[in-house]
Write a protein that binds this ligand. Sequence first.
Ligand code: MG
Ligand code: MG
Length: 257
Amino acid sequence: MAIELLTPTQLGEMRPAGAFVADVLTTLVQTAAVGVDLVELDALAHELIRRRGAESCYLDYAPSFGRGPFGKVLCTSVNDAVLHGLPHHYRLRDGDLVSFDFAASVDGWVCDSAVSVVIGTPRSADLRLIEATEVALTRAISVARPGNRVGDLSAVIGATAREYGYRVNTQFGGHGVGRTMHGDPHISNDGRAGRGFTLRPGLVIAIEPWLMDTTDQIRMDPDGWTIRSADGSRTAHSEHTVAITDGDPIVMTARVD
Ligand code: MG
Ligand code: MG
Protein backbone atom coordinates (compact mmCIF):
# COMPACT_ATOMS: atom_id res chain seq x y z
CA MET A 1 0.00 0.00 0.00
CA ALA A 2 1.79 3.13 -1.23
CA ILE A 3 0.62 6.00 0.90
CA GLU A 4 2.16 9.41 0.39
CA LEU A 5 2.63 11.60 3.45
CA LEU A 6 2.64 15.29 2.55
CA THR A 7 4.97 17.85 4.06
CA PRO A 8 3.48 20.90 5.80
CA THR A 9 4.45 22.90 2.69
CA GLN A 10 2.54 20.47 0.46
CA LEU A 11 -0.46 20.60 2.79
CA GLY A 12 -0.35 24.36 2.35
CA GLU A 13 -0.27 23.93 -1.43
CA MET A 14 -3.36 21.74 -1.17
CA ARG A 15 -5.43 24.36 0.63
CA PRO A 16 -6.60 26.23 -2.50
CA ALA A 17 -8.09 22.99 -3.83
CA GLY A 18 -9.99 22.51 -0.58
CA ALA A 19 -11.20 26.10 -0.56
CA PHE A 20 -12.35 25.80 -4.18
CA VAL A 21 -14.27 22.56 -3.58
CA ALA A 22 -15.87 24.09 -0.48
CA ASP A 23 -16.85 27.26 -2.37
CA VAL A 24 -18.40 25.29 -5.21
CA LEU A 25 -20.48 23.24 -2.77
CA THR A 26 -21.59 26.41 -0.99
CA THR A 27 -22.66 27.93 -4.31
CA LEU A 28 -24.53 24.76 -5.26
CA VAL A 29 -26.37 24.68 -1.93
CA GLN A 30 -27.29 28.36 -2.34
CA THR A 31 -28.48 27.80 -5.92
CA ALA A 32 -30.40 24.57 -5.40
CA ALA A 33 -34.10 25.37 -5.09
CA VAL A 34 -37.50 24.11 -6.17
CA GLY A 35 -37.54 23.98 -9.97
CA VAL A 36 -33.77 23.97 -10.51
CA ASP A 37 -32.63 21.21 -12.89
CA LEU A 38 -29.78 18.92 -11.78
CA VAL A 39 -28.14 19.32 -15.19
CA GLU A 40 -28.11 23.12 -14.66
CA LEU A 41 -26.30 22.59 -11.34
CA ASP A 42 -23.73 20.38 -13.07
CA ALA A 43 -23.26 23.08 -15.71
CA LEU A 44 -22.78 25.68 -12.98
CA ALA A 45 -20.10 23.54 -11.33
CA HIS A 46 -18.46 23.06 -14.72
CA GLU A 47 -18.40 26.83 -15.29
CA LEU A 48 -16.86 27.40 -11.84
CA ILE A 49 -14.15 24.83 -12.68
CA ARG A 50 -13.44 26.61 -15.96
CA ARG A 51 -13.22 30.03 -14.33
CA ARG A 52 -10.87 28.76 -11.62
CA GLY A 53 -8.64 26.90 -14.07
CA ALA A 54 -9.30 23.75 -12.06
CA GLU A 55 -9.73 20.22 -13.37
CA SER A 56 -12.69 17.94 -12.80
CA CYS A 57 -11.96 14.56 -11.23
CA TYR A 58 -15.24 13.13 -12.48
CA LEU A 59 -15.52 14.04 -16.16
CA ASP A 60 -13.25 11.27 -17.46
CA TYR A 61 -13.60 9.03 -14.42
CA ALA A 62 -14.06 5.39 -15.44
CA PRO A 63 -13.56 2.98 -12.52
CA SER A 64 -14.17 -0.74 -12.70
CA PHE A 65 -17.60 -0.47 -11.02
CA GLY A 66 -18.92 2.30 -13.27
CA ARG A 67 -19.99 2.55 -16.87
CA GLY A 68 -17.40 5.22 -17.59
CA PRO A 69 -16.55 7.85 -18.40
CA PHE A 70 -18.84 9.69 -15.97
CA GLY A 71 -19.22 12.67 -18.33
CA LYS A 72 -20.33 15.20 -15.66
CA VAL A 73 -18.40 17.15 -13.02
CA LEU A 74 -20.81 16.71 -10.11
CA CYS A 75 -22.67 13.89 -8.37
CA THR A 76 -26.27 14.76 -7.55
CA SER A 77 -28.08 12.14 -5.49
CA VAL A 78 -31.75 12.82 -4.74
CA ASN A 79 -33.89 11.14 -2.06
CA ASP A 80 -33.27 7.37 -2.33
CA ALA A 81 -30.15 7.99 -4.47
CA VAL A 82 -27.14 8.06 -2.16
CA LEU A 83 -23.87 7.88 -4.09
CA HIS A 84 -22.48 8.65 -7.55
CA GLY A 85 -25.75 10.20 -8.71
CA LEU A 86 -25.29 10.97 -12.41
CA PRO A 87 -27.03 14.29 -13.11
CA HIS A 88 -30.08 13.83 -15.34
CA HIS A 89 -32.74 16.33 -16.30
CA TYR A 90 -34.77 16.51 -13.10
CA ARG A 91 -36.21 19.62 -11.52
CA LEU A 92 -35.85 19.69 -7.74
CA ARG A 93 -39.11 19.53 -5.80
CA ASP A 94 -40.16 20.79 -2.40
CA GLY A 95 -38.90 18.39 0.28
CA ASP A 96 -36.26 16.68 -1.87
CA LEU A 97 -33.19 15.51 0.04
CA VAL A 98 -30.21 16.04 -2.24
CA SER A 99 -26.52 15.41 -1.81
CA PHE A 100 -23.86 17.09 -3.87
CA ASP A 101 -20.52 15.28 -4.11
CA PHE A 102 -17.74 17.21 -5.79
CA ALA A 103 -14.02 16.63 -6.34
CA ALA A 104 -11.64 18.79 -8.30
CA SER A 105 -7.95 19.34 -8.80
CA VAL A 106 -6.32 22.75 -8.36
CA ASP A 107 -2.57 23.12 -9.04
CA GLY A 108 -2.30 19.33 -9.10
CA TRP A 109 -3.93 18.74 -5.71
CA VAL A 110 -7.29 17.03 -5.33
CA CYS A 111 -9.91 17.61 -2.66
CA ASP A 112 -13.22 15.76 -2.34
CA SER A 113 -16.29 16.76 -0.35
CA ALA A 114 -20.02 16.14 -0.16
CA VAL A 115 -22.97 17.81 1.53
CA SER A 116 -26.63 16.87 1.93
CA VAL A 117 -29.46 19.39 2.13
CA VAL A 118 -33.24 19.51 1.96
CA ILE A 119 -34.88 21.66 -0.72
CA GLY A 120 -37.72 23.74 0.68
CA THR A 121 -39.80 22.15 3.42
CA PRO A 122 -37.86 19.49 5.33
CA ARG A 123 -39.19 16.27 6.82
CA SER A 124 -37.88 15.78 10.36
CA ALA A 125 -36.73 12.24 9.50
CA ASP A 126 -34.59 13.64 6.67
CA LEU A 127 -32.98 16.24 8.93
CA ARG A 128 -32.18 13.51 11.43
CA LEU A 129 -30.57 11.36 8.72
CA ILE A 130 -28.42 14.28 7.55
CA GLU A 131 -27.51 15.08 11.15
CA ALA A 132 -26.36 11.50 11.71
CA THR A 133 -23.94 11.64 8.78
CA GLU A 134 -22.65 15.05 9.89
CA VAL A 135 -22.17 13.96 13.50
CA ALA A 136 -20.43 10.77 12.34
CA LEU A 137 -18.14 12.89 10.14
CA THR A 138 -17.37 15.39 12.91
CA ARG A 139 -16.59 12.60 15.38
CA ALA A 140 -14.38 10.79 12.86
CA ILE A 141 -12.47 14.01 12.16
CA SER A 142 -11.95 14.50 15.90
CA VAL A 143 -10.08 11.16 16.11
CA ALA A 144 -8.08 11.78 12.90
CA ARG A 145 -4.86 12.21 14.85
CA PRO A 146 -1.38 10.68 14.70
CA GLY A 147 -1.16 7.32 16.44
CA ASN A 148 -4.83 6.54 16.01
CA ARG A 149 -5.76 3.98 13.38
CA VAL A 150 -8.11 3.89 10.45
CA GLY A 151 -10.22 1.44 12.43
CA ASP A 152 -10.78 4.12 15.08
CA LEU A 153 -12.43 6.31 12.44
CA SER A 154 -14.49 3.41 11.11
CA ALA A 155 -15.60 2.41 14.60
CA VAL A 156 -16.75 5.92 15.53
CA ILE A 157 -18.72 6.27 12.27
CA GLY A 158 -20.41 2.88 12.71
CA ALA A 159 -21.20 3.53 16.37
CA THR A 160 -22.72 6.91 15.56
CA ALA A 161 -24.91 5.39 12.87
CA ARG A 162 -26.20 2.73 15.25
CA GLU A 163 -26.72 5.31 18.00
CA TYR A 164 -29.13 7.04 15.61
CA GLY A 165 -30.73 3.69 14.77
CA TYR A 166 -29.34 3.25 11.25
CA ARG A 167 -27.60 0.27 9.71
CA VAL A 168 -24.30 0.69 7.88
CA ASN A 169 -23.36 -0.38 4.38
CA THR A 170 -19.58 -0.81 3.96
CA GLN A 171 -19.40 -1.31 0.18
CA PHE A 172 -18.18 2.27 -0.34
CA GLY A 173 -16.29 4.44 2.10
CA GLY A 174 -13.54 6.99 2.60
CA HIS A 175 -10.13 6.95 0.99
CA GLY A 176 -6.76 8.58 0.69
CA VAL A 177 -6.76 11.68 -1.49
CA GLY A 178 -4.04 13.99 -2.77
CA ARG A 179 -2.53 13.86 -6.24
CA THR A 180 -5.44 11.67 -7.35
CA MET A 181 -9.02 11.34 -6.14
CA HIS A 182 -8.83 7.82 -4.71
CA GLY A 183 -5.91 6.21 -2.91
CA ASP A 184 -5.10 4.10 0.11
CA PRO A 185 -6.01 3.76 2.88
CA HIS A 186 -9.65 2.72 2.46
CA ILE A 187 -11.75 4.02 5.35
CA SER A 188 -14.73 1.79 5.94
CA ASN A 189 -17.81 3.35 7.53
CA ASP A 190 -17.80 0.60 10.14
CA GLY A 191 -15.06 -1.40 11.77
CA ARG A 192 -13.04 -2.20 14.84
CA ALA A 193 -11.10 0.38 16.81
CA GLY A 194 -7.38 -0.20 17.08
CA ARG A 195 -7.12 -1.93 13.72
CA GLY A 196 -5.72 -0.90 10.36
CA PHE A 197 -3.27 1.69 9.10
CA THR A 198 -1.80 4.00 11.73
CA LEU A 199 -2.51 7.66 11.03
CA ARG A 200 0.57 9.86 10.58
CA PRO A 201 1.14 13.57 10.05
CA GLY A 202 0.84 14.40 6.36
CA LEU A 203 -1.76 11.75 5.60
CA VAL A 204 -4.72 13.23 3.74
CA ILE A 205 -8.00 11.34 3.69
CA ALA A 206 -11.54 11.80 2.53
CA ILE A 207 -13.93 10.71 5.29
CA GLU A 208 -17.46 10.10 4.00
CA PRO A 209 -20.24 8.62 6.10
CA TRP A 210 -23.40 7.86 4.14
CA LEU A 211 -26.58 6.37 5.52
CA MET A 212 -29.92 5.03 4.38
CA ASP A 213 -33.03 5.33 6.52
CA THR A 214 -34.28 1.75 6.72
CA THR A 215 -31.81 -0.52 4.91
CA ASP A 216 -28.14 -1.32 4.47
CA GLN A 217 -28.64 -2.66 0.96
CA ILE A 218 -28.08 -0.78 -2.29
CA ARG A 219 -29.00 -1.12 -5.94
CA MET A 220 -27.70 0.58 -9.06
CA ASP A 221 -29.69 2.50 -11.66
CA PRO A 222 -29.65 1.50 -15.34
CA ASP A 223 -27.40 4.57 -15.90
CA GLY A 224 -24.60 2.43 -14.45
CA TRP A 225 -23.65 5.03 -11.82
CA THR A 226 -26.44 6.17 -9.53
CA ILE A 227 -26.59 4.06 -6.37
CA ARG A 228 -29.88 3.96 -4.45
CA SER A 229 -31.17 2.42 -1.26
CA ALA A 230 -32.56 -1.01 -2.11
CA ASP A 231 -35.87 -0.29 -0.40
CA GLY A 232 -36.35 3.25 -1.73
CA SER A 233 -35.80 4.86 1.67
CA ARG A 234 -34.15 8.25 1.94
CA THR A 235 -30.39 8.68 2.20
CA ALA A 236 -27.72 11.20 3.19
CA HIS A 237 -23.99 11.65 2.65
CA SER A 238 -21.40 13.98 4.20
CA GLU A 239 -17.74 14.14 3.25
CA HIS A 240 -14.65 16.21 3.97
CA THR A 241 -11.03 16.02 2.92
CA VAL A 242 -8.98 16.03 6.12
CA ALA A 243 -5.23 16.30 6.71
CA ILE A 244 -3.65 14.66 9.74
CA THR A 245 -1.03 16.89 11.37
CA ASP A 246 1.05 17.03 14.53
CA GLY A 247 -1.68 19.25 15.92
CA ASP A 248 -5.38 19.38 15.15
CA PRO A 249 -6.60 17.85 11.90
CA ILE A 250 -7.09 20.33 9.05
CA VAL A 251 -10.48 20.16 7.35
CA MET A 252 -9.37 21.17 3.87
CA THR A 253 -12.91 21.44 2.53
CA ALA A 254 -14.46 23.31 5.47
CA ARG A 255 -17.27 25.57 4.22
CA VAL A 256 -17.73 29.07 5.55
CA ASP A 257 -21.54 29.02 5.16
MG1 MG B 1 -16.78 12.64 -2.84
MG1 MG C 1 -14.77 10.50 -1.70
